[in-house]
Design a protein around this ligand. Sequence first.
Ligand code: FES
Ligand code: FES
Length: 210
Amino acid sequence: MTQFLKYVAGIQRRQMLYGTAATLAFLLVSRVVVARQKPVGKAAGGIAHEAGDKVDLVLDINGQERHLSLDGRTSLLDALRDHLDLTGSKKGCDHGQCGACTVHVDGRRVLSCLTLASMASGKKITTIEGLAGPDGGLHPMQAAFIEHDAFQCGYCTPGQIMSAVACVEEGHADDAAEIREYMSGNICRCAAYPNIVAAIEHAKVAMGRA
Ligand code: FES
Ligand code: FES
């Protein structure tokens, strides 16, 4: 009888240990799941923003000050397209792989899908809508793309043109091989590449960079 009681007590102890271990494992997994369901982004200055946190921004876009209150994790591309109706910059991949979203920030080409809007605050942003001069005439690169028929569906074209202007201004358009290399981040599914290269070679003359 005593041995039977010891046997029963042993089972109860094991069950309690198993129960405690299972409870701890459940709590641990729950915390991981909750943490994954609550993504955190980073704004300028490395300040972490949780979902729903708003930041007030003033963006200088195409020479105009635009005031916005956005979720701190909003990309520059989404700010342009969804909050400012500047839909010229295209969302191709949203992962930095196609170049369709290329804009200029302080004169340098950047992928707006990989740039937080808050990081562009205080900088000069130029989109395809602001590339033409104030008189509304076409930029030489835009004119060259039309003249050389450098697009088919046109989806990649705003990004191609913004990248092409920067490529010439960076001094990376000496010949066709260099243009192809420095434009390689801009994908054209219609494969209009020969015409795009021809347009850039033409435009660099008009831009005074030949
Ligand atoms: S949408 Fe930005 S690189 Fe494709
Ligand atoms: S013109 Fe169609 S993707 Fe380039």
